[in-house]
Design a protein around this ligand. Sequence first.
Ligand code: SF4
Length: 364
Amino acid sequence: MKVTFPHMGNLWICLNAMLQYLGVETVVPPPSTKKTLSLGSKHSPEFSCMPFKLNLGNFMEASELGADTIIMAGGCGPCRFGYYAQVEHEILCDLGYNYKLVVLEPPEKHISQLLSRIKYITGNRSWFEVIRGIRFGFAKSRAVDDLEIMAMKLRPREKSPGHTDTALTEALKLIAETRRPEHLQESQNNSAEIMKSIPTESRQVLKVGLVGEIYTLLEPFANMDIERKLGRLGVEVDRSIYLSQWVNDHLFMGLVKGLRSSSLYQRCSAPYLRHFVGGHGQETLGGAVYYNNAGFDGVIQILPFTCMPEIVAQSVLPSFSQDTGMPVMTLIVDEQSGEAGLMTRLEAFVDLLAENRDRKKELA
Ligand code: SF4
């Protein structure tokens, strides 16, 4: 069995760690590129959302490297994600790919449901080992998130442009290459040192919260590297969803305490949206409220074209912006999106935020 999985930011580092620790052979798909997207788009239903197309492209490219089994997350609720795994699998079968499919559905009642699905892949490994493997993957997701958070704070303050990105790549490599759980802490310490060695200068920076659909928030190819672009424009970024938070909320049923969680955003969203609309639509509104309360300068919502939950959130965000005075920009991405258009919009938005800040200072 050679197992592959779709890309979503640095998810591969965590899944690869867990599976390899448990003795499962893995095939990491090549990073998503325009070729991946056009392969996926060519064989996807026209109005499927961008993550579907990229997933499909990832699986087609991984097959060329020998993968024969797909692991996909499942789901339910008023969005198409719950059908993704089966529909993608059917398309691949029609195209002649011979993939087996394993869907990791979020546990409904108890975490043991998730464990038994993972054990299906890992065969006769003991429960102890399976749990250790999962913990190892999760620990890596936290390490990756910590590094990404550091990078988002450092980029707008770095002395020479690009230094943070080089350091982040090196630091992530250390985490990705750690094979044993007992060595992870040392790798984390070393990678933190790499990040701390970036020369910075004290500057006043703008702060922007990124909210929206999880895939477009986490996958730099899908969002055209928005965190880096904003960082280079002198903006410190935070995003409403991190990988470890999503795993804890959806797969571990919130068992790990001390992480920011969806329930925080659900509480914050109460004045605007009180119920689940699928995906992360409710969290998008809650995130906007959270960033307003935390004194951020602006909010950017990112969503794939035709994403149903985010369209609901998008329709409510103007009321939030009117009530609070918080500038909000929505970016919709698909295979037609271009970098130049995005850059122009980001520059204009950042100019507006800077003017807002200056005006507030004059009034104070
Ligand atoms: S949340 Fe949006 S982008 Fe994600 S699967 Fe659902 S409809 Fe598609």
